[in-house]
Design a protein around this ligand. Sequence first.
Ligand code: HXC
Length: 286
Amino acid sequence: MFKNDLFKGKRFLITGGGTGLGRMMLEKFVELGADCVICGRRGSVLEETAKQVMEKNPGRRVDFHSVDIRVATAVEEMIDQIWATGPLDGLVNNAAGNFISQTKDLSPRAFDAIANIVLHGTFYMTNACGKRWIAEQRKASVLSILTTWVWTGSPFVVPSAMSKAGVAVMTQSLAVEWARHGIRLNAIAPGPFPTEGAWARLNPLQEGNDTRYNTRNPMGRVGRPSELANMAAFLMSEEVEYINGEVIAIDGAMGIMGNGTFSNMMSYSEQDWIRIREQIQSTNAA
Ligand code: HXC
């Protein structure tokens, strides 16, 4: 769906790019001609991913850095090292942390464990890149991976919901503040995408397929990682650079399903609907 050289000459950094959705976006960007840098905590995982993606795409380059984005000085150091080998044209804030818990059971350290990655880490990354782009008068794009909870909140993942809502507001704020520098910021709010990391933490009691998403999602399925990667490529492309400050859901309309007063009727059969029609028409006649 994209021309093959869409990202020719571009260099993007993806946090948490060694696995899961981050890796899917990496593969898509490289396939479309970008050189990429990935960062994460586990050097060996990043190294293996970079190697495999380069093998599949001769001529393309994937660099990797082992870093903990919770540490602002480590982020600065990494961005310095990256810039020493060439500037970036875009950043994808994909790294996150999350676990399901009743909120009353969370210690302050548990809250910080999530907020330090999602809220603080994302800001450190974005500002470290942003100030360099501004100094160099370089056009760039920032994409952050959020969730639909940024609009609705969500029980049992409160530190994540609060932190990602903060990143949504950062996206809007900086989209305005940095537009004059040619830097745009957008975000994607995915619904359920079954990746190994997220599923293990967010689906703790469910082995394998979680049928809840077949009934709770209007489309009757979870997301395909390739769909998210396509959306990411679309938003990172300069062909749509007038899109700025948006948070776009990709969830099969699951996030808005709960808002409809009659959404529970999704499970009604044709027979149910025939009875409903008869009942309503008999009421009209009365
Ligand atoms: C309650 C918990 C807990 C749990 C940890 N803690 N797990 N409390 N329930 N399940 C508490 C600990 O007791 C401790 O507090 C504090 O949190 C810190 O614990 P650590 O183990 O030291 O934390 P840390 O090493 O920082 O690791 C936590 C983490 C880790 C960062 C969240 O799980 C991680 O590395 N995750 C990264 C990958 C990830 O989470 N991916 C999924 C993202 S999916 P005390 O007070 O006891 O010391 C996502 C959106 C999905 O974000 C959307 C789907 C629709």
